[in-house]
Design a protein around this ligand. Structure first.
Ligand SMILES: *Cc1c(COP(=O)(O)O)cnc(C)c1O
Length: 475
């Protein structure tokens, strides 16, 4: 299995090479070539497997330089921390199904991938006697899932910047109550954009980056995508087994195009098992406009009730372009440059037709989001978080007779209590991981929004390879 850059400017890498590199040196994203195809007898064999066993089979098709027994062990450990025995259970809401992806430690779907990535990083660093420092800026969900993915791991320190006083109290506590020695929370006196600009500037300094072996954990890492492919196949096989479904549609609350791209890969692997992907956005509609109008054009970001989707440039979109353009990296590079210069990319009539066969899309406003939470709660007694509600609203618009539709539930409603209160007039009950969080010890460094201050802090606390085996992250 070779991993190519979407822009074609680097030598192919192995799976573990692509995972450790994150972004390709030419600025592109790594993709497997070719995407493996799964035949009918394999699907039959997979149909009865538990989540971690299926994950080992699916991910194993993409990892020829990782021992299968080691991979299975990493996956067992990753999903043992989920609080539901099925890991990602499917709930029948009458007319649609909800795939609950929020039973991990931070109650958002990002745990499914970041628990695996944390275990994978630790294993690869241990194997190669390596070490690294992870740095990232967060507006909430990604930072806490990344912290929980690498807490207490050997050979990794993690530094996450969040805007002081500007993330929800729950999100702040989910980060700052992790007091493992290898976790460093930095609250910046500034905005999320200030934090992100500081991280970008530091990662752009190649000398500093090399000295501290800085790595990133955003959704461009291939290991995150491949971990998400698993739950599409798991859910579709379950509906096939239990209801005889020939094909299953999926509705996906979308921001950076990472989650829905995993669905696209699952569809490429399994042919007709997965039908149409319904791309659901909030008012930040760059991707729904892309599907419905055939133009990918930047807009301005507006704040919504589903903040993890308040994005107007989707970093994983480039991966889809690679396949849309018939795996031609030259064309991807041209399109990316055009977008950088002009703020838009347009598509030919035949491309538009292809896009519409693969996706349906809807942009869902605030009122419809709240009404959907209220309606599903009233009619079915099931409480949706605002991100999931966007997906459910889109599914209700686009569902097809005779084809089951699965809505990805990307967060637990208790994580977004304000929106839920607006919809149904009361707070959701806190699940065990959130109850009592405010009574735990917490640790956080408050710094001005100043690159040099952050560099000094990093230099004082980063692993440098001189700690001896295990670094400061040793349990
Ligand atoms: C990150 C996130 C999304 C968007 O996922 P993408 O992979 O960026 O499209 C949706 N919902 C929640 C709750 C998230 O945290």
């Amino acid at each position: 299995m070779r991993y190519l850059s979407t822009r074609g400017g680097v030598e192919p890498l192995t799976f573990t090479g692509a995972v450790m590199a994150g972004l390709a040196a030419d600025g592109g994203l790594f993709l497997p070539d070719p995407v493996p195809a799964v035949d009918e007898s394999t699907l039959e064999r997979w149909a009865g497997l538990s989540y971690p066993r299926l994950a080992a089979e699916v991910i194993g098709m993409f990892t020829d330089d990782l021992d299968p027994a080691v991979l299975a062990g990493l996956l067992d450990r990753s999903y043992a921390v989920f609080t539901h025995p099925e890991v990602t259970p499917l709930v029948d809401c009458g007319g649609f199904h909800v795939l609950e992806l929020f039973h991990g430690p931070t109650l958002a779907f990002k745990d499914v991938a970041l628990q695996f990535l944390g275990n994978l990083f630790e294993h690869l660093l241990e194997r190669d006697n390596g070490w690294m420092n992870i740095i990232g800026a967060t507006s909430g969900d990604t930072g806490s899932a990344a912290i929980h993915g690498v807490r207490g791991r050997k050979g990794i320190n993690i530094f996450i910047l969040h805007p002081h006083g500007r993330v929800s109290p729950v999100q702040a506590l989910q980060m700052t109550t992790v007091t493992d020695a290898n976790v460093f929370n930095i609250a910046i006196r500034g905005t999320f954009d200030d934090g992100q600009a500081i991280v970008k500037a530091i990662l752009g300094d190649s000398g500093f980056k090399e000295r501290y072996r800085l790595g990133a954990v955003n959704s461009i890492n291939w290991a995150r995508i491949v971990a998400q492919v698993v739950y599409y196949i798991h859910a579709a096989l379950r509906l096939r087994r239990e209801q005889g479904a020939q094909t299953v549609d999926f509705s996906v609350p979308t921001g950076n195009f990472g989650d829905i791209f995993a669905g696209y890969v699952a569809r490429m692997m399994t042919g007709g098992l997965i039908g149409r992907l319904i791309l659901a956005t909030n008012a930040n509609d760059i991707l729904s406009r892309f599907v419905n109008q055939g133009v990918y054009a930047r807009g301005t970001v507006v704040q919504t009730l589903s903040p993890s989707m308040d994005i107007q440039v989707a970093s994983n979109f480039e991966r889809y372009l690679f396949y849309l353009y018939g795996r031609d990296p030259q064309r991807v590079a041209e399109a990316v440059n055009r977008f950088a210069a002009e703020g838009s990319i347009s598509f030919s009539p035949s491309e538009r037709e292809l896009i519409k066969r693969q996706f349906a899309a809807a942009s869902v406003g605030e009122e419809e989001t709240l009404a959907t939470i209220r309606k599903v709660h009233g009619e079915r007694g099931y409480l949706l978080d605002p991100h999931t509600a966007v997906g459910v609203a889109a599914a209700l618009r686009h569902r097809r007779g005779g084809v089951p539709v699965v809505c990805l539930a990307t967060a637990h409603p208790a994580k977004f209590g304000d929106a839920v209160r607006k919809a149904i007039g009361r707070d959701p009950d806190p699940p065990p991981p959130l109850a009592g969080l405010d009574r735990l010890e917490s640790r956080c460094e408050i710094l001005p929004a100043d690159e040099n201050e952050v560099r000094r802090y990093l230099a004082a606390h980063a692993l440098t390879g001189r700690e001896g085996k295990g670094g400061t992250g040793a349990r």
